[in-house]
Design a protein around this ligand. Structure first.
Ligand code: SF4
Length: 186
């Protein structure tokens, strides 16, 4: 097996473990896998149905159906989209925040495992993953999705970048992949 295949196999293994842990945490709270993924994702801020569909690579009607159930259960609510008056975003209610917090316990074993790596290993892994995401975005394999590298406010500096919106330098460890302030670069 060549190294590229081994990396893919390792990423698939991690994905399977984390996805099934989230699914299990959702089941314990009476949530479908998609409900759990939506609540978990909304922890980083309100998003449109389109953005959720793009992130999960599923159809908008499928997301809308799940959101309708979450609205009914009062875990989410609709917000006006300040950038587009005709559109709206979906965000967590206080009850939804509570559910999402309970769900996030699924990640604890994974975070503990990553925590056992030394700082240099963690930084190298983060930098390599960012680079892989950037390459795959360039190939159209991953949506242009809330990452600094595809943001209109981002200025690359070689050793990280600068956020023109918040006027702060961003070291590689500070770069985001799910920023609520992201504005897609033209
Ligand atoms: S707004 Fe967010 S995504 Fe854009 S550069 Fe700043 S931190 Fe990165």
């Amino acid at each position: 097996m060549i190294v590229e295949e081994k990396i893919l196999s390792a990423l698939e293994r991690l994905h399977t473990v984390t996805r099934s842990s989230l699914q299990k945490a959702g089941q314990q709270q009476g949530l479908s896998p998609l409900h759990a993924r939506i609540l978990h994702r909304l922890q980083s801020g309100p998003q449109t149905i389109s953005a959720l569909a793009l992130a999960f690579r599923i159809s908008k009607p499928t997301v809308s159906d799940s959101v309708a159930v979450l609205l009914e259960r009062k875990f989410v609510k609709k917000y006006a989209d300040e950038k587009d008056g005709r559109s709206h975003k979906i965000g967590l209610t206080a009850a939804g925040e509570k559910q999402a917090l309970l769900l996030s316990a699924y990640a604890a074993p994974f975070l503990q495992s990553v925590g056992q790596m030394d700082d240099l290993q963690k930084q190298a892994l983060w930098a390599a993953l960012l680079n892989l995401l950037k390459i795959m975005q360039g190939q159209g394999l991953i949506p242009h999705d809330r990452m600094c590298s595809t943001c209109n406010h981002f200025q690359e500096t070689g050793d990280g970048g600068f956020c023109r919106l918040m006027q702060v330098p961003l070291a590689i460890a500070d770069l985001r992949i799910d920023c609520p302030e992201h504005e897609r670069a033209a």
